[in-house]
Write a protein that binds this ligand. Structure first.
Ligand code: BEZ
Ligand code: FE
Length: 309
């Protein structure tokens, strides 16, 4: 039997992958084997450290359930999610940039009328009015776009985390809004606040162990979709957050930062249904139609095949 050595073990593993393996799976597995072997060589990983890593992954699974995805959080704090999105955005130039989905998206949020207060009249926090338009790449309004959005309450938690049954059932701080012919959306809420990602699981060990904080800058999440257009998954960040330059999960992009202006105007407050000053945030989203995204993808593949030949 052939002796395995540091220099031939990687090839030994690569060689047992069947030739008729799905090409994409083969590409990913080969790269995973090569890079993980290089990693082990670089850090001279000990058997105890390898076992620790295996148990770490086991614990990531144990703490996960339908309301918490520790594996997603792990990719987020290591900047992997951010990198995957940056690569995807390369093909979508001109559309609103994307950002993390995060682990707290819930399907099934109820449809809300424009102007609805997604805080469900929360007594806490600063009243906020959000508005803007959804436009195509030529600047025309798009009708019938769904904005599925969610944020934490001013107590820094998503309603799914704290387990308040009423808010959970009522999808507090969540809702779906549909644009009319003018492409406009507007809704009421509370100004988003900074909040920490969960640190009571194995991912917390990485943050604590490497001297990192767990804070995310205040933000609102959006999934924006309509048939025939590329879905936008993004976040909108408060310009006054002190964590814009140190988001624990690397989601911030300059184009996604918006100011919240304090409006002290009794007439506008009354018009929007507030009983005092409120904050206003304005943001226009730009969607690319599927055809233009496919064109960009084709152009990119052509460039890539030219540069590799
Ligand atoms: C969030 O924004 O909800 C989030 C994103 C990544 C990790 C944890 C939380
Ligand atoms: Fe979030």
């Amino acid at each position: 039997m052939r002796d395995l050595t540091e220099s031939n073990v990687t090839d030994a593993v690569l060689n047992v992958i069947a030739d008729d393996t799905n090409p994409r799976l083969k590409e990913i597995m080969e790269a995973l084997i090569r890079h993980s072997h290089d990693f082990i060589r670089e850090v001279n990983l000990s058997p105890d450290e390898l076992l620790y890593a295996a148990r770490f992954i086991q614990n990531v699974g144990h703490i996960s359930d339908d309301k918490r995805e520790e594996g997603v959080l792990l990719g987020d704090v290591l900047g992997m999610t951010a990198l995957v999105e940056i690569l995807g955005d390369r093909e979508r130039t001109g559309a609103t940039e994307s950002s993390l989905l995060g682990p707290f998206y819930r399907e099934g949020a109820p449809a809300r009328e424009m102007g609805f207060d997604i805080s469900l009249d929360d007594d806490e926090g600063e009243p906020a009015f959000l508005q803007g338009r959804v436009l195509d790449s030529d600047g025309n309004p798009i009708e019938g776009v769904i904005l599925d959005l969610w944020q934490t309450s001013p107590n820094m938690f998503y309603e799914a985390q704290v387990g308040q049954p009423k808010d959970y059932e009522d999808y507090a701080y969540r809702g779906k809004f549909k644009t009319g012919a003018d492409g406009r959306y507007w809704f009421r809420s509370r100004k988003p606040v900074d909040y920490p990602v969960p640190t009571d699981g194995p991912v917390g060990l990485i943050l604590h162990g490497t001297g990192r904080h767990s804070w995310r800058p205040a933000h609102l999440h959006y999934l924006i979709y309509k048939d025939g257009f590329q879905t936008i998954q993004t976040e909108m960040f408060n310009s006054d957050s002190k964590y814009l330059d140190s988001d624990a999960v690397f989601g911030v992009k300059e184009s996604l930062i918006i100011p919240y202006e304090k409006i002290d105007d009794p007439a506008r407050a009354e018009e929007y249904g507030f009983n005092g000053p409120f904050y206003e945030g304005i943001f226009d989203f730009v969607m690319k139609d599927d055809a233009s995204v496919k064109d960009a993808e084709a152009a990119y593949s052509e460039r890539a095949s030219m540069s590799s030949s």
